[in-house]
Write a protein that binds this ligand. Structure first.
Ligand code: GUN
Ligand code: ZN
Length: 426
């Protein structure tokens, strides 16, 4: 048993549906009690400490104790090519991404980058990641091995491609099925790891491969499926050429059994009304990747409209198409993108998206993303005065959200005082 003391912040409801004040639980002098990797109590510091007088206390003063951030879409193999200059999606993939991903058949390279990736995510207070790996089973082994070693809740899968990719990065419909199945059976549900069936996107899979992966998902409905959807106009036009029989991009996945609850659709920017209706009806999760969407020049996600429709939405860095490992930077970009569409997102909405909202999008909302008894003790402790610029702004603040918002807009890994995974500070 141990106790962390500080300012605690968590959500009891979805602040997109009820006013932020009614959706949060905040204690200015709060505490979280942790035992055996789980949260056992959250509340005012005096109460929690009085109930557990023997427990050692780590006092973080005015720092904010939050659920760890949940990054719902990333590419760990792109760690070393983040912030590569000057290309739009398809050229960026061909020029920067594919040559780097081709190196992940080498287990030593995959292990090195996986370790570097988790060093970076944890330094940024991110305690759960959902990552694409590469076509190489070695890349999946490296990802899960490193996550397991650190006790993380992590999700990911082999990226499948059997078309429109270099020879060295192509599998087949059969090998994608066989290797994905073997990796799923080896890793899914081990410790806190989860397998995710991962066709990269429609242009890099033949109908046979999409069909094989749809069949695999049918045999394993307990896992998630991730792919990319409607990120850039050129991509959407290409999909229409490649799959002329499909009604639209969403329908390509639908036809192959790849659209239902548990589908994580990365980007989902340029959607027709029919697609939006169908995604909602199917119960798919839409994963907003704002730093990527601005960096690669993709477009402005319709957070307001999609939330009003009741879509399930998560937030993600999309590293290395995204330009930061930080979910704070990602919240800032989500704020700016919404602003460009005429919507002002309250800071509570941004914080929810990065914690409980993303957890909900991953169907893990009952285990992570919230500070409450029974939840896994994955926490980020955040310094709300981490730089002189933030500190002088926060000093003037009149309420919690005025203190938090400058950290959202200007914060980065310097704001992360501590990260706890399964109750262990790492
Ligand atoms: N679409 C297909 N693959 C990718 C990728 O690696 N990154 C992004 N941003 N979009 C993609
Ligand atoms: Zn992506």
């Amino acid at each position: 048993m141990q106790i962390l003391q500080g300012q605690t912040l968590t959500f009891t409801d979805n602040p997109f549906r009820v006013p932020p004040e009614a959706a949060i639980r905040h204690e200015r002098h709060g505490a979280v009690a942790i035992e055996a990797g789980r949260i056992v109590a959250v509340g005012p510091a005096e109460e929690v400490c009085a109930a557990h007088p023997q427990a050692p206390v780590s006092d973080y003063g005015a720092a904010l104790i939050s659920p760890g951030f949940v990054d719902a879409h990333a590419h760990y193999p792109q760690t070393a090519i983040i912030a590569s200059w000057g290309k739009r999606l398809i050229d960026w993939l061909n020029h920067y991404t594919f040559p780097e991903e081709a190196r992940f058949g080498d287990p030593a390279h995959a292990a090195e980058i996986a370790a570097r990736y988790f060093d970076l995510t944890l330094a940024n207070g991110t305690t759960t990641t959902v990552s694409y790996c590469t076509i190489h089973p070695e890349s999946v082994e490296a990802y899960f091995t490193e996550a397991q070693r650190r006790g993380l809740r992590a999700l990911g899968g082999k990226t499948c491609m059997d078309a429109n990719a270099p020879d060295a990065l192509r599998d087949t419909a059969q090998s994608a099925y066989d290797e994905s199945k073997a990796l799923l059976e080896r890793w899914h549900g081990i410790d806190r790891l989860g397998y995710v069936i991962t066709p990269r996107f429609a242009p890099t899979s033949t109908p046979e491969q999409l069909s094989a992966l749809g069949a695999l998902w049918g045999e394993h409905p307990e896992v998630l499926m991730q792919t990319h959807l409607s990120e850039q106009h050129e991509e959407i036009a290409w999909v229409a050429e490649l799959f002329p029989e499909a009604r639209d991009y969403t329908d390509v996945y639908d036809r192959f059994g790849l659209l239902r609850e548990g589908a994580l659709m990365g980007h989902a920017i340029h959607l027709s009304p029919r697609e939006r209706d169908r995604l909602k009806e199917a119960g798919a999760s839409l994963i907003h990747c704002p730093t990527s969407n601005t960096f690669i020049g993709s477009g402005l996600f319709d957070m307001d409209g999609l939330m009003r429709e009741g879509q399930r939405i998560g937030l993600a860095t999309d590293t290395g198409g995204g330009s930061s490992f930080s979910m704070l930077r990602t919240m800032a970009a989500a704020y700016e993108v919404a602003h460009l569409r005429g919507t002002v997102l309250h800071p509570a909405l941004l914080w929810w998206l990065a914690t409980a909202g993303s957890a909900h999008a991953l169907h893990l909302g009952d285990r992570i993303g919230t500070l409450a008894p029974g939840y896994e003790a994955d926490l980020a402790v955040i310094d709300l005065a981490s730089t002189p610029a933030i500190a002088q702004r926060a000093e003037r603040a009149a309420d919690l959200w005025e203190v938090v918002f400058p950290t959202i807009m200007m914060g980065d890994d310097r704001a992360i005082r501590a990260t706890y995974v399964g109750g262990r500070q790492i």
